[in-house]
Design a protein around this ligand. Structure first.
Ligand code: NI
Length: 175
């Protein structure tokens, strides 16, 4: 089932999502989240983007170079960031119509639980690290557009305001 994606301006996306009690809580949502992510050509999707107050996200297999499939990251943590940075043009399913360069650490050391409740600690780099950081930000109420340069933010101000207004308008039309 395709889930409704919350967009910029929706207050749920500005909340810090609390820790998830158990991996079992998220199991019923995983298939729908992966389906929703691919339906919109995404490579990652966090639970709060579909209105769930659970601390996890999914990342599509194309972000990884080690052949793992679509993956689930529950209660993720970032333990270390590399000093080396790189910029890459990011987009977001919750911020349609905007793509901007974001500077982030190239490599990160992370910790999380998988969908079987098993704890993992590993090093991610390149695209996998990029998507992990983008989704991790979502769980803390942060958008990639919060991380772009002030001048690029100013240039996108109108678009962002329009997105927020569109969200409010949609809310008002629900009867
Ligand atoms: Ni996003």
């Amino acid at each position: 089932m395709i889930l409704k994606i919350r967009t910029y301006g929706d207050p749920v996306l500005r909340e810090k999502v609390p820790i998830t009690d158990s991996h079992e809580v998220v199991l019923p949502y995983i298939m729908d989240m992966i389906e929703t992510m691919y339906d919109d050509d995404g490579i990652g999707l966090s639970a709060n983007q579909v209105g769930l107050r659970e601390r996890f996200f999914v990342i599509g297999m194309n972000a990884f170079e080690d052949g793992r499939g679509d993956s689930i990251f529950i209660n993720p943590e970032i333990l270390e960031f590399s000093d080396e940075l790189w910029d890459y043009e990011e987009g977001c399913l919750s911020v349609p119509g905007i793509r901007e360069l974001v500077i982030r650490p190239l490599t990160i050391k992370v910790k999380y639980f998988d969908d079987k409740g098993k704890e993992h600690e590993e090093v991610l780099t390149d695209l996998a690290a990029r998507v992990f950081q983008h989704e991790f930000d979502h769980l803390n109420g942060i958008f990639f557009v919060d991380r772009i340069s002030p001048i690029r933010r100013r240039l996108n101000k109108k678009k962002l305001r329009a997105l927020a207004e569109k969200h409010t308008l949609k809310q008002n039309l629900i009867m």
